[in-house]
Design a protein around this ligand. Structure first.
Ligand SMILES: NC(=O)c1ccc[n+]([C@@H]2O[C@H](COP(=O)([O-])OP(=O)(O)OC[C@H]3O[C@@H](n4cnc5c(N)ncnc54)[C@H](O)[C@@H]3O)[C@@H](O)[C@H]2O)c1
Length: 346
């Protein structure tokens, strides 16, 4: 069997720590042939570190010169769309980092390019591959929660403003905690609820801590460069009458250092995801079900493996381009609602 030829666009931290090492775990199916970064020294360093034969500072050139089958897009958010579309147009399947893009317009064009070229476009929402989420999903599919009519999501840090990268730069990232960490829990909740159609969104965003000097638990940052929200709170209402309450923050005066969780509320039972538990009523008693013996899953490894299987035609992708577009529409609507101080219909 011919191996998939894979290229990497954007050779930063996530490419080095996650994408490339995981492609190397599946050598029987994949050959990582090239790495591209606008910073040629960085591309060269990563190519040499992993013994990858080619490196480039221009992805058009890489896509033209090498006949790649698949590409990982690991650039900062602002460049996801143009890189993914170029790769799709050159006949590659694409695994793009999260969030899909910095606007729904871009995500729409990416989805369109995937459709027109008949190629896979999927996103690295790796929390979906956790044992916890997969375990809760089984309870939902077996209808043991009944109709899940409400959810609460939290992606909160007490003082977790990243002191590296472009995470505080609105222009490059498209936003702050909502688009960076909130997006993972939002995707997890939507996945568990079956991606219902959104009716409207109502939200508030704040910049009350990040724009001032202060204690950092994830490095130090320059408050003058802090152009994103430090918190976003709100409500999503779906056409089937279900709702999600969300809270996401890089810096919030709360007790815990960090919370990442999804809570689901169904007619027959509720559930929390981290750690996984079911809250229900049986034989006249209230009952909590815990799952203490789950094995920890390497979510990134599973996500990459799944992408490879999808490229080989063995499995359907877990996260579709359309779901990525929907999440980007919700993010746009959250920022818009916060800006105009009103609910935004989708
Ligand atoms: N799935 C996750 O949990 C997770 C975790 C971390 C980062 N990410 C995502 O991965 C992406 C990259 O994050 P990172 O932490 O690796 O950032 P990073 O800053 O470490 O790396 C980004 C790299 O992209 C390069 N680059 C910039 N513009 C480019 C362009 N136009 N074309 C090619 N390369 C370009 C930079 O030179 C840099 O080497 C972001 O979208 C981020 O949200 C996802």
């Amino acid at each position: 069997m011919r191996k998939l030829k894979v290229g990497i666009i954007g050779a930063g931290q996530i490419a080095e720590m996650t994408h490339i090492p995981n492609y190397f775990k599946y050598l029987e199916f994949v050959e990582t042939v090239s790495v591209m970064d606008v910073n040629l020294d960085r591309a060269k360093y990563i190519a040499e570190k992993f013994h990858i034969p080619y490196y480039f500072s221009n992805y058009e050139e890489m896509l033209e010169k090498l006949e790649l089958d698949a590409v990982s897009v690991c650039t900062p958010n602002k460049f996801h769309a143009e890189a993914a579309i170029a790769a799709l147009n050159s006949g590659c399947h694409v695994l793009c980092e999260k969030p899909p893009a910095v606007s729904a317009d871009e995500a729409e064009r990416m989805t369109q390019a995937a459709k027109e070229n008949g190629k896979i476009l999927t996103y690295n929402f790796h929390f979906r591959y956790s044992e916890e989420i997969q375990a809760i999903k089984k309870f939902i599919v077996a209808e043991e929660l009944g109709d899940v009519y409400a959810a609460k999501i939290e992606a909160l840090r007490r003082r977790g403003i990243p002191g590296w990268g472009a995470f505080i730069n609105k222009e490059i990232q498209g936003g702050g905690p909502l688009i960076d960490i909130g997006v993972h829990m939002l995707d997890a909740a939507l996945y568990l609820m079956g991606y219902p159609e959104v009716d409207y969104v109502s939200a508030s965003t704040y910049r009350r801590i990040g724009d001032k000097a202060g204690v950092g638990l994830m490095g130090s940052w320059d408050p003058k460069q802090f152009t994103v929200e430090d918190s976003a709170f709100g409500y999503i209402r779906f056409k089937n009458s279900a709702s999600i309450l969300f809270q996401t923050s890089f810096a919030l005066n709360m007790k815990e250092r960090s919370i990442m969780n999804v809570h689901l509320f169904g007619e027959k039972a509720g559930a929390s995801v981290f750690p996984p538990a079911i809250y229900t009523e049986k034989h006249g008693n209230l009952l909590d079900i815990e799952l203490p013996f789950l094995q920890e899953a390497d979510r990134h490894s599973k996500s990459i493996r799944h992408f490879i299987e999808a490229c080989l035609g063995n499995e359907a992708v877990l996260c579709t381009a359309e779901e990525g577009l929907m999440i980007q529409r919700i993010i746009d609507a959250i920022y818009r609602s916060a800006e105009i101080g009103q609910a935004v219909k989708l």
